[in-house]
Design a protein around this ligand. Structure first.
Ligand SMILES: NC(=O)c1ccc[n+]([C@@H]2O[C@H](COP(=O)([O-])OP(=O)(O)OC[C@H]3O[C@@H](n4cnc5c(N)ncnc54)[C@H](O)[C@@H]3O)[C@@H](O)[C@H]2O)c1
Length: 255
């Protein structure tokens, strides 16, 4: 296996499940020392255990990305343990349920924006400050969604929060590109994670999967590994000239 991240450190939020877990495992498999941050302690510790079982180096820290104090502690912990912060994958996110906009509760807006949008702002703020303290250099990838490219009927608030992620990504990329900090976003389409099934409560999982496969031009949803590989590419030297990019990994959904 290539070791594109040997000697580097990576911080992955939402690393206790789905896309975040796959990215944490992939970073570690390519030599990175990985901090997994999540509100799900069992899931986060399990990701760290899986990495250690394959000879990799990983730690878990409980952190809620919507809380500034937790995010500060996350970046401090990463630097104390691994000296530098080279790569950050701001991926933690929640769904907002499905309802037409006029029926969405205010609490749903507040929670979805707190985690999906404010969380990315808080993480980037701390990560960029640390990367500047290190003398510049570093890669940040945020998880947006391919939903930002389509008008949404039932997930308007979730999509609006992901628009915020896309916009913050491009603004921050432009602001810090001359400091050697490359900031990009990955925009997954339907991906086989617990979030995809949670978004359709009451629908049997096999039906959710079948419908999602059928609705995707490639005829299948993404695996978490496919999204993780796009994230690693964006963080790798192979993407050395790429900044502010919104990379779709969506099986042709946005065509
Ligand atoms: N699965 C899809 O189809 C899909 C499509 C597009 C975008 N996304 C995005 O991908 C990202 C990862 O989602 P996933 O599909 O792997 O879902 P997932 O539910 O499997 O994983 C999300 C992880 O984030 C954690 N998390 C939630 N709130 C948090 C908080 N406040 N602080 C820290 N951690 C928190 C969860 O505990 C969980 O471990 C999300 O941002 C999601 O919006 C997913």
């Amino acid at each position: 296996m290539e070791q594109r991240f040997a000697g580097k450190s990576a911080c992955v939020t939402g690393g206790g499940s789905g896309i975040g877990r796959a990215a944490a495992i992939a970073f570690a498999a390519e030599g990175a020392r990985v901090l997994i941050a999540d509100v799900d302690d069992a899931g986060g510790k399990e990701t760290a255990r899986l990495i250690a079982a394959h000879g990799g180096e990983a730690s878990f820290l409980h952190a809620d990305v919507s809380r500034a104090a937790d995010v500060q502690a996350m970046v401090r912990f990463s630097v104390e343990r691994y000296v530098r912060l080279d790569c950050a994958f701001n991926n933690a996110g929640i769904g907002g349920g499905r309802a037409p906009l006029a029926d969405v509760a205010e609490e749903t807006w507040d929670r979805v924006f707190a985690v999906n949008a404010k969380g990315v702002y808080l993480c980037m703020q701390q990560e960029i400050q640390q990367m500047l303290r290190q003398g510049g250099g570093g890669c940040i990838v945020n998880t947006a969604s391919m939903a930002v490219f389509l008008a949404s009927v039932e997930t308007a608030v979730y999509t609006a929060a992901k628009w915020a992620v896309a916009s913050l990504t491009r603004s921050a990329a432009k602001t810090y590109v001359d400091k050697g900090i490359r900031i990009n976003a990955v925009c997954p389409g339907r991906t086989d994670t617990p979030l995809m099934y949670r978004g359709r409560p009451g629908v049997p999982p096999d039906q959710v999967l079948r419908q999602a496969n059928d609705a995707t031009p490639m005829g299948r949803v993404a695996s978490v590994e496919e999204v993780a590989q796009a994230v690693l590419w964006l963080c790798s030297d192979a993407a050395s000239y790429t900044a502010g990019h919104l990379l779709t990994v969506d099986g042709g959904q946005y065509l």
